[in-house]
Design a protein around this ligand. Structure first.
Ligand SMILES: Cc1cc2nc3c(=O)[nH]c(=O)nc-3n(C[C@H](O)[C@H](O)[C@H](O)COP(=O)(O)OP(=O)(O)OC[C@H]3O[C@@H](n4cnc5c(N)ncnc54)[C@H](O)[C@@H]3O)c2cc1C
Length: 475
């Protein structure tokens, strides 16, 4: 029986483990933390558990595919919750815009909040966004890492593909050319943050995220996003995967250009779910050290949980700032400082995931984008003022849990606190992101810092693709 050792029990590691065990491999997962999940984590305060990572599930078919590889299914393991409304966008002194699970309802809401011209622009943009996704998904997401050479080899077909995915201009330029309504421009540019990128630099291909969320749908998960991690771990264990927690792997042993062991434990293949930055920084030793791209780092974030009096709230609320939204990208990526007047994201976890809270209070999860490795002085006071100002919390509601980009950097070594590996800040990013099959034979990468990138479904896909590469290499 072939043996795989997987370093890390984050989403990519869990997906690889299930896929390989399902194909008859012996699989051992070694995780530095005391539990699975990585960035899809939890914390407990006064007996109440809340999610500290992702809050929205998209592309559930990827999760279903992983669970099926382990002999189960999404329907058997989890209960997805549609949200209505799903997102509420609020501008200071400006409009409030709600988005729904049903695109038709969202369009009606855009018309009511922003007018008929905005509705037409939005409908046109969603159709454009769908076209990109349909052209990009099979080639750039559900496939091996693309190479420039591969695109060139396709000749005219390759060039046509690049044009279909709008891969040459920036997200922001495409939004500006299609949408005149300022509020909609903000909503659409914000999708760049879903993989921690800069809307002013990321290729317009990323405009497909609007379709992924609004066209294909975003869900809550009953019991919290951590139910996804629990389901994956459960299915992995059922498939015979062995887990070891609380041990940080120090090195991958390489002999004759082939990864042969992990801290001396023999393995036929090694899958690195840790950030590839841990390898490039020598924190997870691989000799000779592979060259893997980690720059520019994607966004990090300041996160907190407020214990707030229970009230009628929308699942996801975004409080946009007073100043132009694009200034936030300039702060994070050009000035390398946390946004002076930040956008604040709020997830009401009881509403989103039917999680339980305290007897009279519920946990509200907050996120403010920040540069990787940044100091975030004063952000908490600003975020709380914005929440009070928007009527989302009372002045006496308090932060009971918090995490800074520095904390993230410490918890995820080599990441510098970046949440999604390298940012997609150029038209070549899809080609420079580390492939799942490494240059050292027998060494594979499965995480948000490897192909196809960060976010729950893409990390799962990263794990699936790493497993597919392994199975192909050993066929
Ligand atoms: C606050 C926040 C909000 C987010 N919001 C969303 C969202 O709404 N929707 C969405 O789709 N995505 C979201 N994401 C992103 C998503 O959570 C991540 O992209 C994903 O969980 C990362 O998974 P991964 O496979 O890269 O593994 P990671 O989560 O990075 O886990 C890697 C694991 O490897 C372990 N490890 C590292 N080094 C070693 C070692 N040497 N030995 C042993 N173990 C090691 C670590 O302890 C860790 O558990 C969010 C993330 C955060 C933090």
């Amino acid at each position: 029986m072939k043996k795989a050792v997987i370093i890390g029990a984050g989403l990519g590691g869990l997906a690889s483990a299930i896929e390989l065990a399902g194909r008859g491999w012996e699989v051992r997962v070694i995780e530095a933390a005391a539990e699975a999940g990585g960035k899809a984590g939890i914390a407990v305060v006064d007996g109440v558990e809340f999610d500290t990572g992702p809050s929205l599930l998209t592309l559930p078919e990827v999760l279903d595919g992983v669970l099926r590889a382990g002999g189960s299914s999404l329907g058997d393991e989890l209960d997805l919750l549609p949200l209505n409304p799903a997102f509420r966008y609020i501008w200071p002194g400006g409009p409030t815009l709600d988005m729904y699970a049903d695109p038709a309802e969202t369009l009606a809401s855009v018309r009511d909040a922003l007018g008929m011209a905005a509705e037409a622009e939005f409908a046109d943009f969603l159709a454009y966004s769908r076209r990109i996704w349909e052209a990009a998904a099979s080639r750039f997401v559900y496939a091996e890492a693309p190479t420039v050479f591969g695109v060139l080899r396709m000749g005219m077909t390759g060039l046509a593909a690049v044009s279909k995915i709008d891969g040459v201009r920036t997200m922001e330029a495409a939004i500006r050319s299609r949408v005149r309504t300022p509020a909609l421009r903000d909503v659409l540019a914000r999708y760049a943050t879903y993989n921690g990128s800069d809307a002013r630099r990321a290729p317009a291909t990323l405009n497909c995220i609007a379709h992924v969320e609004l066209g294909l749908g975003g869900w809550g998960v009953r019991g919290g996003m951590y139910s996804v991690v629990r389901a994956l771990e459960r299915v992995a264990r059922r498939g015979g995967v062995e887990f070891e927690y609380g041990r940080r792997v120090e090195r991958v042993d390489v002999k004759g250009g082939h990864a042969v062991a992990v801290d001396g434990e023999p393995a036929d293949v090694v899958v690195v779910n840790a950030d590839v930055g841990a390898v490039t920084a020598g924190l997870l030793r691989v000799e000779p050290r592979p060259s893997l791209n980690v720059e520019p780092r994607s966004m990090s974030g300041w996160n907190a949980v407020v214990r707030a009096r229970r009230a009628m709230r929308v699942g996801h609320t975004v409080l946009f700032p007073e100043r132009p939204y694009l200034e936030e990208f300039a702060d994070v990526f050009d000035r390398r400082r946390w946004p002076a007047d930040p956008t604040v994201y709020v997830c009401a976890q009881e509403r989103c995931h039917a999680r339980g809270g305290w007897p009279e209070d519920e946990p509200l999860f907050l996120m403010v984008n920040a540069p990787a490795g940044a100091e975030v002085d004063g952000v908490e006071a600003v975020a709380m003022r914005r929440l009070v100002g928007a009527g989302l919390i009372a002045i006496e509601d308090a932060v009971v849990w918090r995490r800074t980009p520095r904390d993230l950097a410490e918890r995820f070594p080599g990441s510098e606190g970046a949440l999604y590996g390298a940012a997609s800040n150029s038209m070549f990013s899809a080609f420079t992101r580390p492939a799942n099959r490494g240059t050292v034979r027998g060494l594979y990468y499965a995480s948000g810092s490897a192909h196809p990138g960060g976010g729950v479904p893409l990390c799962l896909q990263s794990g699936r693709q790493a497993a597919a590469d392994i199975l192909a290499d050993f066929a």
